[in-house]
Design a protein around this ligand. Structure first.
Ligand code: ADP
Length: 259
């Protein structure tokens, strides 16, 4: 008998994310210009580029949170509106209202709402899943704390746990490592790599060029336009870094030229 889930997987296209001719503008100047992008399934992809390059805008436009001037986007061959619950999104920390009075466990259970339906209250099964996800990110002891009482790195882990309970095939994270300590960074990267190894696609806006090669296997370099995209070893080159970062490059790590 055919296995429905397996069957669906077989018919999903190879691209987790496909973007065509995407242009986004907040005013007169474009934040993104004519972006063509493909992120294959099952990679751990970093999006890098200087401040203001349009990295967050690319994520938001792909998710339908910002309206583009032109272009179209597909996740696993579908429009984003048909991907409900199948994309886990962890926004930038400063874009979230952390004073909202809610416990850590509530935040994680919110990740289940799509599968539960809005009218059904989360029960014991939801609690078990939320606690398992919190354990995965090392935050099980904080379940009943107010989210506002946690450090930035801990809040980031809780948001990752919320994305985990969704069990989504695609995870998108906007600067999850910004301002977190080394332990939290290791926990997050370890977990993301395990999810990638289990076949999920991980897309991360990343600011630290020194860890691109150790953390990621796929790379998108952006500066309003796409500078380069592909496997890290092919894309992380001095030429591409110069093209993306220009004069800012003196301050950052440049790989040595291949012999
Ligand atoms: P990055 O994430 O690479 O730092 P962003 O996508 O945040 O870049 O921003 C790209 C450009 O768009 C920047 O010049 C930024 O100032 C501008 N921008 C971003 N969000 C808005 C907004 N809501 N309104 C107006 N301009 C914006």
């Amino acid at each position: 008998m055919p296995d429905a889930l397996h069957d669906t997987a077989l018919h999903e296209p190879d691209q987790a994310l496909h973007v065509e001719d995407l242009t986004v503008s907040y005013g007169a100047t474009p934040a993104l210009w004519d972006i063509d992008l493909d992120v294959p399934r099952g990679v751990m992809c970093a999006i890098v580029g200087p401040n203001g390059a349009g990295k967050s805008t690319l994520i938001k436009a792909a998710l339908g949170l910002v309206r583009p001037v032109a272009g179209h986007v597909r996740f696993l061959g579908r429009e984003v509106g048909r991907m409900r619950g199948r994309i886990g999104y962890v926004p930038q920390r400063h874009s979230v209202d952390w004073d909202f009075p809610t416990t850590v466990r509530d935040v994680v259970e919110m990740g289940l709402y799509r599968s539960l339906g809005w009218l059904r209250r989360p029960g014991r099964a939801a609690r078990t899943r939320a606690m398992a996800a919190l354990a995965e990110v090392g935050m099980q002891d904080y379940a009943e704390r107010q989210i506002s009482q946690l450090s930035g790195g801990q809040q980031q882990r809780v948001f990752l746990a919320r994305a985990l309970v969704q069990d989504a095939p695609i995870l998108i994270l906007d600067e999850p490592l910004a301002g977190v300590d080394a332990t939290t960074e290791a926990v997050i990267i370890d977990l993301l790599k395990r999810l990638r190894d289990a076949g999920r696609t991980i897309i991360v806006v990343h600011h630290d060029l020194t860890t691109v090669q150790s953390h990621f296997d796929w790379l998108v370099m952006l500066n309003v336009r796409i500078i380069a995209q592909g496997p890290v070893r092919a894309v992380y080159t001095p030429e591409n870094l110069r093209a993306a970062y220009g004069r800012q490059l003196a301050m950052i790590a440049v790989p040595t030229e291949a012999p």
